[in-house]
Design a protein around this ligand. Structure first.
Ligand SMILES: Cc1ncc(COP(=O)(O)O)c(C=O)c1O
Length: 348
């Protein structure tokens, strides 16, 4: 018998959305940005590539400084992660002993549960209301760490701000507010970091800065919290190319702001068009929408779209088993999606 920890043996492992190995799919399944970063960030990489035999900056100094300028914090308030998934894991290992409690909403980003289980933590899930929203503070006095995503997947809407604020006020543990999708909305929770000493905000460059393949994320919090988390991260957790891409992308704010607006416009058009095609669709603050076809099982729709080379995401979770989650693509990709859906509806 191999000495595998029980909690690992009993965990199914995280199931990411498919990354097809061919390029003939319209890929609307993993909330990537449909637009590339600006061409300029691919220039002048040669010098850096020649340094691959050397370790990268262990503390990602330039990247954190660039992030600090954009976020309005000192770089000492910022920890860089290998994607924000890395930040979630670092937080877990900094604040929670195996056997202690981690809390999060249901449904939410499914990785929270997997990493907490693998860590050997107790899990407390707090159901969202029938509209998948938070209408009262998330109370869990025994939780050492609460993960809350706002906007919260798979719905993509911001959580009620008042409830979130009361959660921060009442919590005895750490609240990590996961803002992976925040740049596609008008709100953020920077003020909570300043107001409460137990709040961490996590950010990613995967979605709004078109860098999913580079793995760049951040924790922003008090210097005291960041110092403790810094001890827990892998010693060289971001490679040198990721650090450069990340820092460079932050220099192109106008370029990315245009993209965020484009994604929002397409999201609104997608929502309206799906409603006209007899879907129930939630309003979204993110770069995806959760939609339920009223004329076909969502699982069948997922399969039939895939047969026609359009990938969306389907979750077996009982509360959302009649929904598909659709990432906002380019206008042309969304036109094609809508065209295929219309054909399927006519055939149904
Ligand atoms: C809520 C949420 N947080 C974090 C992530 C992970 O982001 P990253 O690519 O930075 O690891 C995702 C990815 O889908 C997400 O949905």
């Amino acid at each position: 018998m191999l000495p595998i920890r029980d909690c690992v043996q009993q965990t199914p492992g995280y199931v990411p959305g498919e990354q097809p190995q061919t390029t003939d799919y319209i890929k609307l399944n993993t909330n990537e940005n449909p637009y590339s970063p600006p061409d300029e960030i691919f220039n002048n990489l040669e010098e850096e590539l020649k340094k691959v035999r050397l370790y990268p900056d262990p503390v990602s100094t330039k990247l954190r400084q660039a992030a600090g300028e954009v976020f309005g914090f000192s770089y000492e308030n910022i920890l860089a992660g290998n994607g924000s998934d890395d930040i979630l894991n670092i937080a877990l290992r900094t604040f929670v002993n195996p056997g202690e409690t981690v809390a999060f909403l249901d449904p939410t980003y499914s990785l929270y549960e997997i990493i907490a289980k693998v860590h050997g933590a107790n899990i407390k899930t707090i159901p969202t209301n029938e509209n998948f929203e938070l209408d009262s503070p998330l109370i869990c006095p025994e939780a050492k760490l609460i993960f809350v995503a706002s906007p919260n997947p798979p719905l993509g809407k911001h959580l009620n701000r008042q409830s979130l604020q009361e959660t921060c006020e009442q919590a005895t543990g750490i609240i990590l507010i996961d803002e992976a999708y925040v740049d596609f909305s008008d709100e953020n929770h920077w003020d909570f970091i300043k107001q409460y000493n137990n709040v961490i905000v996590s950010r990613t460059m995967s979605k709004s800065y078109s860098l999913a393949g580079m793995r760049v994320g951040f924790a922003i919090s008090s210097v005291e919290i960041i110092e403790q988390m810094n001890k827990v991260r892998d010693s060289y957790n971001l490679d040198r190319i990721a650090q450069i891409f990340g820092a460079n992308c932050f220099q192109f704010q106008d370029y990315f702001k245009d993209i965020w607006q484009k994604v929002r416009n397409t999201r609104n058009r997608l929502t309206d068009s799906l409603r006209k095609l007899d879907f129930f669709v939630f309003d979204s603050d993110a770069n995806f929408v959760l939609a339920s076809p009223q004329w076909m099982e969502a699982s069948d729709l997922y399969t039939k779209l895939k047969e026609r080379k359009v990938l969306v995401r389907y979750f077996k979770h009982p509360r959302i088993s009649n929904y598909v989650r659709i990432t906002v693509g380019t206008d042309a990709e969304i036109d094609r999606l809508l065209e295929v859906i219309e054909q399927l509806k006519n055939e149904a």
